[in-house]
Ligand binder design. Structure first.
Ligand SMILES: NC(=O)c1ccc[n+]([C@@H]2O[C@H](COP(=O)([O-])OP(=O)(O)OC[C@H]3O[C@@H](n4cnc5c(N)ncnc54)[C@H](O)[C@@H]3O)[C@@H](O)[C@H]2O)c1
Length: 359
């Protein structure tokens, strides 16, 4: 337990000062205890539950601050009982200096008092929730017998994607491609022992041939064309994860024009997703409608389906909610002295005064 006193004179913070904090180390302990695939399965179930009650969420497109090198975003959501937000960045050039492209942390709070009830690392949690979301969408949209998947872009998110699709859909054949062959080799090595049949490919064209699902999860701060129209066969499901900012896309526009497009939250995806390439009224279906049974998912074996994923705040809310539930049985958090708690709530200054006089 990590605590520092907000009542230095009394030498211990009061219970109201303390907020559970899940560090990166503890997140890894939780994952080891639960198992990555079981964690993803549990998280997907919570996301599914929250998508079913989508209309009651207080939602807004994320607040994004763009720069030449990347983006920093705040992602809030509330179901009226709890409120969550995530801080997340996206800086494709970071890996050149030994940093992650994406890092994140987040907070869950109770609406009634506004007091935080959980603070957590969310870099690993984002990879888990993105993978859980992708596989959950594919459960409704991919061909029923899908067992094979191409993963284009074999960076930080890639193994999580593979494991999520194995757990939720039974995908056990992977075709990997990355412009950096070392990334594909690392991904293949990390997945050894998980029972996949893995082929490392030398082009995106080679990777997508004959697979049921194509996942694009590349990082580039530009309009890239990872897939062109001729590369996508009728009936394939595309899980497009990497295009998630204005001016940052992965698919050629022609693919979008012949696909059935599913999104998380339309106002945000119009700004950030692949559909930023289309007219503002191009028809799309929000995934929650499919999950709630209000709209069809895949309608035929020949339909090309596209999950235009950008990552939405409700998924992070679900992830924090799921994590909080796990902490009831697992001891892997520290208590942080995060909230000032003077003896008299209106005597904040007096608390500071007493701390300085007690040295
Ligand atoms: N939709 C979501 O919810 C969501 C969530 C998390 C991350 N993302 C996005 O996913 C992307 C990947 O994230 P990451 O953390 O794995 O990044 P990463 O930097 O760890 O990995 C990206 C990989 O893509 C490869 N790549 C770049 N251009 C390529 C190309 N033209 N063809 C093939 N491979 C290429 C890079 O070599 C690298 O290995 C980022 O763009 C990130 O913003 C989206």
């Amino acid at each position: 337990m990590t605590t520092t006193a907000s009542h230095p004179a009394q030498n211990a913070p009061s219970p109201l000062a303390l907020v559970p904090f899940v560090s990166v180390g503890n997140m890894m302990r939780i994952l080891n205890a639960v198992g990555v695939e079981a964690f993803i399965e549990g998280l997907a179930a919570v996301i599914e539950e929250d998508f079913r009650r989508w209309p009651l969420f207080d939602k807004t497109p994320r607040v994004a601050s763009h720069s030449r090198e990347g983006v920093i975003e705040l992602m809030p959501a509330s179901d009226g009982v709890a409120y969550g937000f995530k801080y997340v960045n996206g800086h494709p050039k970071n890996t050149r200096t030994g940093r992650q492209t994406v890092t994140a942390f987040g907070v869950l709070a109770e609406v009634e008092t506004g007091y935080p009830v959980l603070l957590s690392e969310m870099t690993i949690l984002t990879a888990l929730r993105t993978a859980a979301m992708s596989a959950l969408a594919a459960k409704y949209l991919a061909p029923a017998d899908a067992r094979s998947m191409a993963i284009i872009g074999n960076g930080a998110q890639s193994e999580f994607q593979a494991l999520a699709f194995r757990k939720l859909l039974g995908v056990d054949r992977l075709r990997l491609y990355d412009i950096d062959p070392a990334a594909s080799r690392r991904c293949a090595r990390n997945l050894e022992g998980f029972g996949f049949d893995v082929t490392v490919c030398s082009s995106a064209e080679e990777a997508v041939e004959g697979v049921a699902i194509i996942t694009t999860v590349t990082a580039d701060k530009q309009r890239a064309t990872i897939l062109t129209d001729n590369m996508v066969a009728s009936g394939q499901h595309i899980n497009a994860v990497g295009g998630d900012c204005p001016g940052k896309t992965e698919l050629h526009r022609d693919i979008l024009l012949r696909s059935s497009i599913f999104v998380e939250y339309t106002p945000q995806t119009r700004i950030e997703g692949e559909i930023q390439q289309l007219a503002a009224d191009h028809p799309v279906t929000e995934l929650w409608q499919v999950i709630a049974g209000d709209a069809p998912g895949r309608r035929s074996a020949l339909e090309t389906t596209l999950f235009d994923s950008v990552g939405f705040a409700v998924e992070d809310f679900s992830a924090l909610r799921y994590l909080r539930g796990l902490l009831k049985d697992l001891p892997y958090c520290e208590m942080l002295d995060l909230l000032a708690d003077p003896d008299d709530p209106r005597d904040l200054f007096g608390m500071v005064l007493r701390a300085s006089s007690s040295g």
